[in-house]
Design a binder for this molecule. Structure first.
Ligand SMILES: Nc1ncnc2c1ncn2[C@@H]1O[C@H](COP(=O)(O)OP(=O)(O)OP(=O)(O)O)[C@@H](O)[C@H]1O
Ligand SMILES: [Mg+2]
Length: 470
């Protein structure tokens, strides 16, 4: 889920943000009501807004109401300010969270808002049999390796397994091994003692301890440095961890789930992944089929995302025409469910007031669209019925790929830049996902974006406030 924090309150709010990140939320932060409204308006939205009660919460709520932004808002403030709390609730805030934040309270609020986070939408028999397997193995404590192409729903499935397990009353903690630099990942996983290294100003509890009693998801495990893999193996075997700079091991009780969108067996053969660790993680393997292998899921997922983004944008949930649906079912969906989700997000914003017709369906890899000249992957926040802005980017490499010919005469660097920028736009600025789709490491992507930035190319900014782990 995506959490937008508005305000500062001398660090208390960011402590709340850290707790939310620990619970799997993606958190973005702005300081003022106006900046918060801008963030909500730009079409990227948030699932929950947490606002400093010292700011004008009534003004925020009034503006949101006027603009049909239906995201729930909770107010936060120091306990000694009951008047401000009352004013916030009166203005329409859903909850009041006293600061300093209580981890359980924040978790409860997040859970209430994200009830459907672990629901897996499906209709295709192929997916039904995958879920049947998941149901069978969920109650055990066995480690599960979830594999599948980027965007197939590996994280969704991990949450589903946690919810179906005996540990569902305890934490589900997720760590993205690809997004955290190697030198920080060890302390992220195992924690550190004060003074363990430069910058370790206080003791920090790692994700293993945080997930104690619950489930730990090691997302994109294939990206973990081989030296750290040895420590991870020890932690799994011994059921205890060593904090960085710590003198005594700490016992932990966790169930491990891991995901990978790469062929881990090949990684093992190439010497990049420890075989013993692979066998430890892969007690059971759940393989998520690509979306094109389960076409029966496309209509139900499209309807689900259509409703979700209509609600998030304060728009009515409009039906899809048969031709719009035909376009969706015929598409190749290289980016899988995430690509379908982004496509529906755009469609909801572009469609007319009555229905979602095929002209609102902008698909990756297609050339000129009648609605948006040249823009293949723009995600404009234009109100329904209005023409979306034309993208100023050079013609899309992805869009030209079909013809092939049109690439002749362009340099590799040039085409690569367009491909990277288009993919990033398509992922609403999410670098982790863009790197996955492009098949390059996040580090390579970051380096390239830095060069483009320095050259003055407009690089899509972090969409969805993806601060988590970046
Ligand atoms: N069956 C499903 N029902 C509802 N939403 C889904 C389903 N599968 C995927 N999604 C949504 O699609 C998006 C991508 O899913 P998720 O992040 O789980 O994929 P992933 O396989 O982990 O991708 P990546 O390899 O890029 O990390 C998310 O927004 C998720 O909520
Ligand atoms: Mg994932």
């Amino acid at each position: 889920m995506r959490l937008l924090i508005v305000g500062t309150l001398e660090g208390h709010i960011s402590a709340a943000g850290q707790i939310a990140i620990g619970r799997g939320a993606k958190v973005s932060h702005v300081e003022t009501i106006d900046a918060g409204l801008t963030a909500l308006r730009n079409g990227r939205g948030a699932d929950l807004v947490m606002v400093d009660v010292g700011l004008s919460v009534p003004r925020l709520l009034k503006a949101m109401k006027a603009e049909h932004i239906n995201t729930p808002v909770v107010a936060c403030g120091i306990q000694s300010d009951p008047d401000a709390a009352e004013a916030a609730i009166r203005a329409g805030a859903k909850e009041y969270i006293p600061l300093p934040p209580d981890a359980e309270l924040i978790a409860a609020v997040l859970a209430a808002v994200t009830e459907d986070q672990s629901s897996v939408v499906f209709a295709d028999p192929v997916m039904a049999s995958t879920l049947k397997l998941a149901d069978q193995v969920a109650p055990s404590d066995a480690s599960i390796l979830i594999t599948g192409e980027s965007g197939t729903g590996k994280e969704v499935l991990a949450r589903y397994i946690h919810e179906k397990s005996r540990r569902n009353g305890n934490a589900f903690v997720s760590v993205n091994c690809a997004a955290i630099p190697d030198n920080l990942l060890e302390s992220e996983l195992f924690g550190h003692e004060k003074g363990a290294f430069t910058g370790a100003v206080a003791r920090r509890i790692g994700k293993f301890e945080e997930a104690n009693g619950g489930t730990l998801l090691l997302d994109e495990i294939s990206e973990m440095d081989i030296r750290l893999q040895a420590k991870l193996l020890r932690a799994i075997q011994e059921r205890e961890i060593d904090r960085v700079g710590g003198s005594q091991p700490v016992k932990v009780d966790i169930r491990l789930l891991a995901t990978s969108n790469r062929d881990l067996e090949k990684h093992v053969r190439d010497g990049n992944f420890r075989e013993d660790l692979y066998f430890r993680l892969n007690v059971f393997n759940l393989q998520l089929p690509a979306l094109r292998e389960r076409p029966g899921d496309i209509p139900v997922l499209a309807a689900f995302f259509g409703k979700k983004y209509a609600e998030a944008n304060g728009l009515s949930d409009r039906p899809m025409t048969a031709s719009a649906l035909a376009r969706l079912t015929e598409h190749h969906w290289r980016g899988n469910v995430r690509e379908l989700e982004n496509t529906m997000h755009r469609a909801v914003l572009l469609a007319s007031a009555k229905e979602i017709d095929s002209d609102a369906i902008l698909l990756t890899g297609e050339g000129m669209s009648p609605l948006i000249g040249g823009a293949v992957t723009a995600a404009p926040a234009a109100p329904p019925g209005q023409q979306a802005p034309t993208a100023s980017a050079p013609s899309s490499a992805a869009g030209d790929a079909d013809g092939g010919q049109s690439l002749v005469g362009r340099t590799v660097a040039d085409v690569e830049r367009d491909l990277i920028i288009d993919t990033l736009e398509h992922c609403l600025g999410n670098r982790t996902h863009a790197a996955n789709i492009l098949g390059i490491s996040i580090r390579t992507l970051r380096n390239k974006l830095k060069i483009y930035n320095d050259e003055g190319v407009a690089v899509p900014t972090l969409g969805d406030g993806e601060r988590n782990g970046l």
